[in-house]
Design a protein around this ligand. Sequence first.
Ligand code: IMP
Length: 175
Amino acid sequence: MLTWNALVHTLISSEDIQRRVREMALEIHRDHPDGVHLIAVLKGAFVFLSDLARVLPGPCSLDFMAVSSYANNTSSSGQVQLLKDLGTGIEGRDVVIVEDIVDTGLTLAYLQRILRARAPRNLRTACLLSKPSRRKVDVTVEYIGFEIEDKFVVGYGLDYAEQYRNLPYIAVVGD
Ligand code: IMP
């Protein structure tokens, strides 16, 4: 009998993710020694944010946005819709967008555009994963955890049709 996680193959182990997230937290702290405002993009970034925030060695505040760019499928529609906006303003603040993955770059380009218009002092971006071969628009991502090939991945917050977000590692769905 097939079990739920027998359908996936580990691409990046939990230990490797934890190690890299710790390094990314140090990089972010180095660039923001006085503190940083982290804005996580729901839903996918919720696991990355919680691990990142807990190993960040300095002051940080948090907020959340939700966007939808995919409708239960594995290819980008190119349509980005704002589902939930921030709870507080970001004018004059040092902001880091926390995102699970940059694929075509359309979601991040949209987020960076609307957040930059609110005049933060600095706006940088942290992504756990990047698929450079899929990029359709040029976006700047200052902190990248891992570059991966053009494969649809799940786990560590990332889903396929709302499943697999709770896997503690990054996996490829396959048979
Ligand atoms: P982009 O706008 O094409 O860069 O896509 C960004 C969003 O698409 C991410 O925040 C994810 O929610 C989703 N996404 C892109 N690639 C994957 C993947 O391999 N697995 C799960 N979600 C993905």
